[in-house]
Design a protein around this ligand. Structure first.
Ligand code: HEC
Ligand code: HEC
Length: 268
C-alpha cells in the first residue's frame, strides 16, 4: 500500500471510530440526564426535610400531619386536590406553597380550625429573608419540594400500610424512629409502602427480614445500623457507592439512631 493510501485508510477508520463514540454517548445521554434530574430532586427534598424539621414541625406536626387547632396537614388528599380551588389560586401547588411560605399568613383562612400557635396575627410568620424572615429562597424552594413529595400517598397512589399522622405513637422507639426517618429526609431516596416514595436507593419494604442474611456475621440490627452510619461498608447490588450521605452519624443523636434502627426493624 502506498503511503497516501495508508493515510486515507487510517483517516477513514478514525472518522468511523469518532462517529461510533458520538452515537454511543449520545444514546446514553438522555438516560444519564434523567438520572441526574432525579438525584438533584432527591437532594433538594432531603435538604427541604431539614428546613421543615427546624422550622415547621412545631405547628404542622412532626410529619407534616397537622396539629388540631394550630395548623393544617400538608399531606392529606384535600390539600393536594381541593385547596387551590378553595383559595382561588390560579397557578400550581408548588408555587402556592412557595408563595404562602415566603410571605406567611397574617390571618388564617380557617380561623375556627387553624389559628396558629398563639391565635394572634400573624398566624404563620413570614419566612423569607426578603420580608424579614429567617429563610433564604433556596431553603423555601427545598421545603416546597419536600411537601410536594407527600403527594403520591396523600392521594392513595401508594397503599398506606403504615398509618400516618397523629396515629404515630411517639412514646415508642419505633414511632419516634418513623419520625426520624421522615425528618432526616430518608424518604427522599427510599420507598416504604404507605410512607415514602423515594427511588434513588433500595425499597426498604421487607428490610428487617433480609437484613440478617445480607452480610455474613452481622445480625439484622447490626447490618441496618451499619447501613446508616457507614453506607459504603457494604453496597447493595445494583446501586452505586457514595450516593447515600456518609454523615448521618453526625446528624443524629445516639438515641435518634437507635429509634431509627428500631423502626426499620419493623419492616418485615
Ligand atoms: C406558628 C405556627 C406555624 C409555623 C411555625 C408554620 N406554619 Fe404554616 N401555617 C400555619 C397556619 C396557622 C396556616 C394557615 C391555615 C389557614 O389559613 O387555614 C399555615 C399555612 C401553611 C400553608 C398553606 C396550607 C393550606 O392549606 O393552604 C403551607 C404550605 C405552610 N403553612 C407551610 C409551612 C412551612 C413550610 C413552614 C416552615 C417553614 C410552616 N408552614 C411553619 C401555621 C404555621
Ligand atoms: C441521597 C439518597 C439517599 C438518602 C438520603 C438515604 N439513602 Fe439509604 N441508600 C441509598 C443508596 C443509593 C443505597 C444503596 C447503596 C448502598 O448500599 O450504600 C442505600 C442503602 C440503604 C440501606 C441498605 C438497604 C438494603 O436493602 O440493604 C439502608 C438500610 C438505608 N439506605 C437506610 C437509610 C436511612 C435510614 C436513611 C436516612 C437516615 C437513608 N438511607 C438516606 C441512598 C440514600
Amino acid at each position: 500500500m502506498k503511503r497516501i493510501q495508508l493515510e486515507i485508510v487510517l483517516g477513514t477508520l478514525l472518522v468511523l471510530l469518532t462517529t461510533a463514540m458520538v452515537v454511543v454517548l449520545g444514546f446514553r445521554e438522555p438516560q444519564r440526564l434523567e438520572q441526574y434530574v432525579v438525584q438533584q430532586r432527591a437532594e433538594l427534598i432531603e435538604f427541604g426535610a431539614t428546613v421543615f424539621t427546624n422550622n415547621c414541625t412545631s405547628c404542622h406536626g412532626s410529619l407534616g400531619q397537622g396539629v388540631a387547632g394550630v395548623a393544617p396537614s400538608l399531606r392529606d388528599a384535600h390539600f393536594f386536590t381541593e385547596r387551590l380551588a378553595e383559595v382561588g389560586w390560579q397557578g400550581g401547588l408548588e408555587d402556592y406553597i412557595i408563595s404562602v411560605v415566603t410571605t406567611g399568613r397574617q390571618i388564617s383562612t380557617r380561623p375556627q380550625l387553624y389559628a396558629g400557635m398563639t391565635g394572634q396575627a400573624p398566624v404563620m410568620p413570614t419566612w423569607s429573608e426578603k420580608f424579614g424572615g429567617p429563610l433564604r429562597d433556596d431553603q423555601i424552594r427545598a421545603v416546597a419540594a419536600f411537601i410536594m413529595n407527600f403527594e403520591p400517598y396523600a392521594l392513595g397512589l401508594v397503599p398506606t400500610a403504615v398509618p400516618l399522622g397523629p396515629v404515630v405513637d411517639e412514646s415508642t422507639p419505633e414511632g419516634r424512629g418513623q419520625v426520624v426517618f421522615a425528618a432526616q429526609g430518608c424518604t427522599a431516596c427510599h420507598a416504604i409502602s404507605g410512607l415514602s416514595t423515594g427511588n434513588v436507593g433500595p425499597v426498604l419494604d421487607g428490610l428487617a427480614s433480609r437484613a440478617g442474611n445480607t452480610v455474613a456475621g452481622l445480625s439484622a440490627e447490626e447490618y441496618i445500623h451499619q447501613s446508616i452510619v457507614d453506607p459504603n461498608a457494604y453496597i447493595v447490588p445494583g446501586f452505586a457507592e457514595g450516593i447515600m450521605p456518609q454523615n448521618f452519624a453526625e446528624l443524629m443523636s445516639e438515641d435518634q439512631l437507635n429509634d431509627l434502627v428500631a423502626f426499620l426493624l419493623t419492616l418485615e
